[in-house]
Design a protein around this ligand. Sequence first.
Ligand SMILES: [Cu+2]
Length: 419
Amino acid sequence: MPTAVMYLSVILLETSVQEVILLIHVLAFSTSHWVCVQSAPIVITRTTLRNCISGFVAGEVTSCCPPDINLNGPIVDFIPRRDRIRNPRLRVRKALQCLSGHELETYTQKLQRGYKLMRALPQDDPRSLFQQNQIHCAYGSGAFMQDGIPGNLTVDIHSNWHFLPWHRMFVYFHEKILQKLLNDHKFSLHFWNFDNGVNANETDSYGEHRHGPRGCFKAGHFFPPLYNDNSSSTFHVNRSIRPFIPNLPVDLSLRNRNEPPLRFADVAVPRNREVMQRAMAAGTIPRDFFGIDIKVGTTRSIPLSDGGSLEFLPHNSVHRWIAGSSSSPATATKDPVFYTFHANVDRLWHVWEKLGMNRTAPADPDWLGAQFLFWDENKVLRRIKIGDCLNIEDFGYTYEPVNDANWMDSANSPDTSPP
Ligand SMILES: [Cu+2]
């Protein structure tokens, strides 16, 4: 096959080892009459980005291909623990509801400045809030084709086993961009502890639920006020009225974004606890917690029920509860609250692992070997594979303990008083 050999040698001059491996899989696939086809992980390459097309999600056609910036430049692999070599102390992502006093003031100023700067970047800068949304939109609306596969099979990072790792990576690079804009490499994106509806009897020496040596023990299920100041860069106008209603906890059982009525704490807290118990109880079968598998040759999964238990409920309900832009993968990441919300989803994955009892990540090489590209804080393309993102400490951060598994304890009597 001289033509194929010639084609291969030209490609070899311009591609990385990973791209060549994919190409071999693709050749095997396209010549499957004479080669036994192996399954292969989804691998996003330069070619994937260059071949970006219009996507389709939630009933609308999307146009969110990321910018043609540095596509020909180097692609740098994410190396686990490299951040820790530079900064051996882990950064701590804390629970927003326990920030108070000087710490809250400083954090508010930094976060607002960070988003102000991110919004002010040119629209074609991959670090701008506009492009952060484009990246999530492209990955989440089928705008990326599976490289070299016959037919029009696309990639998606929702409703399947890519959801948790991809969003961990995305929030990590988003946090790195904020660090760079703030010139503060210790900045951490604190989390909206939406799953926690319990004010536990753990107080500091002043009798308040602040950060203490054992963590934060204050309910976190109200929309974080830090994101609700309409004069600030952390605000987003296109939300439902729910985040603005005082003392209305998030509703983790919401299955329809227009669903009435509003459920206040007396109703919402026990329902939320049930949702959390169900989502986190899933364990012994990885598919239940992570979602269905998707690999080269798999058609994009559309039904939400294909997602894992954490993604299906509570994650999807929080998107519905905020509503507005948050209702669609094409626009959700325009709202800065997305990133603190997803930091908590990431934390819940970490908490799930700590629950033990055979809760382990998939061992399938097509999951571990899946690779994605992101632009980092220096606009450089970074390649990261799922197998390298399984331990948050490899990214240099950890989470403050909160009343972590309050929803697992059925004897835990909720205190439903507002903060
Ligand atoms: Cu998403």
